[in-house]
Design a protein around this ligand. Structure first.
Ligand SMILES: Cc1cc2nc3c(=O)[nH]c(=O)nc-3n(C[C@H](O)[C@H](O)[C@H](O)COP(=O)(O)OP(=O)(O)OC[C@H]3O[C@@H](n4cnc5c(N)ncnc54)[C@H](O)[C@@H]3O)c2cc1C
Length: 416
């Protein structure tokens, strides 16, 4: 990095500079304590802050979940327990009362997802922007930060067309790599690694659909099955949840929420009738078969309350064509049982960052004190939101972490 100090003048010194005005950045700016706003500058790469926030929940903005905060810990993959302190301290109830205090009434759906009562993400964004402005925290747009250097007294950075800034506290809130057209393209990761030597866990798309080799379910597009069991054989993890067939891939909560664990080449085993299993299906077919003129498809559809089109496909794959129960051979019964309760597929790929709702990977948790979000190596450097190696399930968990981490950093910087 060229000498930033040479170009630096006092006007470009701020006590705290925040980089990135997405959800986490705006929660930070909105929470700056009274009287401190003039010391805070917020640099945003694009001309439009919080573009991704406007897309959240299909534009309705699922800000958090209304359940017990204890249950949140299971919703961040293997990393949930590591952010316990920050989630508990700045929990969902606090987030809700914060937004309501800013004049955004909220509503909780039956499934626990919490939205603005207007179901319009603009209301959340506008309230946060107004709070930043009321606090006096300036947002400077079209200011992509491209270089960062740690100095004796803090940090020096270059943003936009070679504008130099210095600060004592630097808060990185640049998000991950998903939906790169919103500004969150992950380019900061190279800067953090090359300029500061920080460890970055390889960013991967998460909350994405999964493509299978030799996908045979395209014609079932739109059919959803409840409570499907899914084993990821290579890492020996098992999950249950709803599954959705689409034209080209598998989607739905059991896939999307666990896509963080799936890679190209993973082997997935599905039990479409969980908690039944191969043995119970085999037993019920063997029991029903003798002397029965009933067709297999009709029997299975009723026995397991499954959509007929789905059962027809399973039967087609196992037997080629439907037949009477009494005509089934032992091998055919075994093939049907496996097709329903232990169907194995290889993954040919996952949705790209263009469709990923979140990024798995990012600034390694080893680098960060997870109570304050402060860098262990560089005092005064903070990370909040999706830039960190934290990714939540769908249901409001990512925006909750944006809020909780932003407030942990605010506590530390302003000794709140
Ligand atoms: C389609 C979609 C729907 C979603 N729905 C939900 C939902 O309903 N509920 C939920 O909880 N989560 C949802 N998420 C996830 C959630 O939106 C994100 O996790 C959250 O927005 C991350 O906030 P962030 O502030 O960390 O990052 P971002 O929102 O990505 O913001 C980062 C900001 O930093 C800026 N930036 C990047 N690099 C630089 C740089 N070098 N210099 C300056 N600025 C920079 C970017 O332009 C951007 O404005 C959804 C995501 C998507 C894509």
């Amino acid at each position: 990095m060229q000498s930033v100090l040479k170009d630096t003048n006092k006007n470009n010194y701020y006590e705290t500079i925040l980089v990135g005005t997405g959800a986490a950045g705006l929660y930070f700016g909105a929470g700056v304590p009274c009287g401190h706003g003039k010391d805070v500058l917020m640099l945003e790469k694009t001309a439009r802050p919080a573009m991704k926030l406007l897309m959240a929940g299909s534009g309705q903005c699922n800000v958090t979940h209304g359940g017990s905060i204890k249950d949140f810990l299971d919703c961040y993959g293997d990393h949930g327990s590591r952010i316990r302190t920050c989630l508990y301290k700045h929990n969902n109830l606090e987030l809700m009362s914060f937004l309501e205090g800013l004049g955004v009434p909220l509503t909780e759906r039956e499934d626990g997802k919490v939205f603005p009562a207007s179901m319009d993400a603009h209301d959340v964004k506008n309230a946060l922007m107004e709070a930043c402005s009321a606090n006096g925290a300036e947002i400077r747009q079209n200011s992509p930060v491209t270089q960062i250097r740690a100095s004796e007294s803090g940090f020096e950075l270059i943003a936009g067309s070679d504008t130099a800034y210095t600060c004592t506290n630097l808060v990185i809130a640049t998000g991950g790599c998903s939906y790169p057209t919103t500004g969150s393209d992950g380019s900061i990761f190279r800067t953090l690694h090359e300029d500061l030597g920080l460890k970055i866990e390889e960013p991967r798309p998460a909350l994405v659909p999964v493509f299978l080799q030799d996908y045979r379910f395209g014609e079932l597009s739109g059919i959803s099955l409840q409570n499907v069991g899914m084993k990821i054989s290579d890492i020996k993890k098992s999950f249950t949840g709803d599954l959705l067939f689409t034209h080209r891939n598998l989607s739905g909560p059991v896939i999307i929420n666990n896509s963080r664990y799936i890679t190209t080449g993973s082997r997935l085993e599905f039990n479409f009738i969980y908690p039944e299993n191969v043995e119970t299906v085999t037993a019920s077919l063997k029991k029903a078969a003798p002397g029965s003129s009933r067709l297999v498809t009709s029997f299975l559809t009723e026995e397991y309350s499954l959509p007929k089109r789905f059962v027809s496909k399973i039967v087609e794959l196992a037997l080629t064509e439907d037949k009477k129960l009494s005509a089934l051979t032992g091998k055919e019964i075994a093939a049907i049982a496996r097709g329903l309760a232990a169907a194995v597929f290889s993954v040919s790929g996952l949705g790209s960052f263009n469709v990923a709702m979140v990024t798995c990977g990012g600034v390694s948790l080893e680098e960060v004190s997870l109570k304050t979000m402060e860098s262990k190596r560089y005092p005064g450097l903070y990370f909040i939101g999706e830039v960190m190696d934290i990714d939540g399930n769908t249901g409001g968990y990512n925006l909750q972490f944006a809020y909780s981490s932003a407030n942990a950093a605010l506590d530390s910087i302003f000794s709140r």
